[in-house]
Design a protein around this ligand. Structure first.
Ligand code: ADP
Length: 430
């Protein structure tokens, strides 16, 4: 929790001056009355009493005001300390702004979500969102609550619901107009909820399209088996084999979609296990050797031993299964796939290289988009769902690892995964 700037605790100069004036008035009155007394004036006694009453009254009023001001300042400090305690107790990010839109308080959650936050700095330094800036302006202008949302794409996609509430913090007496407006900004991380919403929309648009083709073919074969092929066992056996393949395709698609949504939901939670990359790779190569034989391709695994990274073993298996299977399927014509593991001081990397037809440069930036394929028919024919590299990308984001794709038409393709290693002072998986 970061405290706001210190409040002024002394009596203001104007009030101090009034107090001094009263003392001066009392002294002057006593002096004049004294002179009159010495001169033996007849109205001596009433004048003396009157002067003392006036002077005491003049002195008493500023003193009361001075005491009230000091109490008010103390109670302002108490109020602010209380507000700070409340702000730091919130589980969601909370930021308090002054009437100029500058930050006066925030809690640890806010600093974690918006690292650029700083006391005395404008909120816009930390939240680069025109919607949030205009919500703050609206609150200052209208004095009413304003709500908005803001989204960020880098370094990871995040969405926040923002509620800005005007508050008067100082302890001015009722009816006083001097209290300055401040704004309490409450941020609610709705990233997971928004992702789910978008996933549902994507699912309806893309998955229904992907599922329609095998489903239509299943219907067609069922009708054929019930009708024209009713008494043809050989044709039935042939159609049933195709139907099994179509059903398998549908279930692969659903598996991939579910994996993708699970990974996306926990994308901003970094894994913490120690995983041996060399053992992950040899397990994947063993699993894919039958497919490679079928495709008349050889997988060659070489490189360092005992390479440790921070990660989730099952997810890393998924990553290298996808990359090596793609290299075998699409790079089949090259007859060879190289898998190289390099262990460096700052990073460990795995490169999967094939010698197939390669990928034209215009496709490279879009390869990790869901359902993006260079050749849809070829992908379907090879049992692809168009989700493999999207899954790879999301798993690697969760691991803070990078995927580098290099390819040229006719020169094969290489997919390199780089795992940065925690450097001095960094905690693994942080
Ligand atoms: P799919 O399930 O279709 O294989 P991916 O997301 O794994 O989906 O890959 C997306 C597309 O990228 C593939 O359809 C294919 O066109 C292309 N691709 C991936 N790997 C390679 C490769 N090694 N060589 C050529 N093209 C590739």
């Amino acid at each position: 929790m970061v405290a706001a700037t210190q409040q002024e605790t002394q009596v203001p100069p104007a009030r101090r001056w009034r107090g001094n004036a009263a003392v001066g008035a009392l002294a002057a009155t006593l002096l004049i009355t004294g002179v009159l007394a010495l001169s033996g004036a007849p109205f001596l006694l009433p004048a003396l009493v009157g002067a003392i009453v006036i002077a005491v009254a003049a002195l008493a009023r500023p003193r009361a005001q001075r005491q009230m001001a000091a109490e008010m300042t103390l109670s302002q400090e108490n109020v602010r300390a209380g507000i700070q305690a409340i702000v730091s107790g919130f589980a969601d990010p909370v930021v308090v702004l002054d009437a100029q839109g500058n930050v006066t308080m925030f809690n640890a959650q806010a600093k974690a979500a918006l690292p650029q936050l700083g006391i005395g700095r404008p909120l816009s330094f930390a939240v680069r969102s025109p919607e949030v800036v205009s919500a703050v302006e609206r609150v200052l202008r209208e004095g009413a609550v304003a709500e908005t949302e803001f989204h960020e794409k880098v370094p990871v996609e995040r969405s926040f619901e923002v509620r800005a509430t005007p508050v008067r913090f100082d302890a001015a007496p009722a009816g006083a107009t001097s209290s300055a407006i401040e704004i309490v900004m409450l941020f609610r991380d709705v990233t997971a909820a928004r992702r789910l919403e978008r996933m549902r929309v994507d699912f309806v648009a893309n998955a229904s399209h992907e599922l329609r083709t095998p489903l239509a073919s299943l219907y067609g074969f069922i009708e054929t088996i019930e009708g024209p092929a009713k008494n043809d066992p050989a044709a039935q056996a042939r159609f049933l084999a195709i139907m099994r393949e179509q059903a398998r395709r549908m279930s692969r698609l659903i598996d991939d979609l579910l994996s993708l949504s699970r990974i996306e939901l926990k994308e901003h939670v970094h894994p913490t296990e120690d995983v041996r990359l060399d053992s992950v790779l040899s397990e994947v190569v063993d699993t894919l050797t039958p497919l490679a034989l079928e495709c008349r391709t050889k997988i060659v695994l070489e490189g360092a031993n005992r390479v440790l990274v921070t990660g989730d073993r099952d997810e890393l298996i998924r990553v290298f299964e996808n990359l090596i299977e793609n290299a075998v399927k699409y790079g089949q014509s090259g007859g060879r796939v190289d898998v190289a593991l390099v262990d460096g001081e700052r990073a460990a990397s795995v490169t999967v290289r094939d010698y197939g037809p390669g990928i034209a440069p215009e496709h490279l930036p879009r390869l990790t988009e869901r359902f993006y394929r260079v050749d849809v028919a070829e992908s379907r024919q090879k049992g692809g769902t168009g989700l493999g590299l999207a899954l790879v990308k999301h798993i690697l984001n969760r691991h803070k690892a990078r995927l580098l794709v290099r390819s040229e038409l006719g020169a094969g393709a290489s997919f390199e995964v780089v795992f940065p290693k925690p450097q001095g002072g960094e905690s693994p998986g942080a």
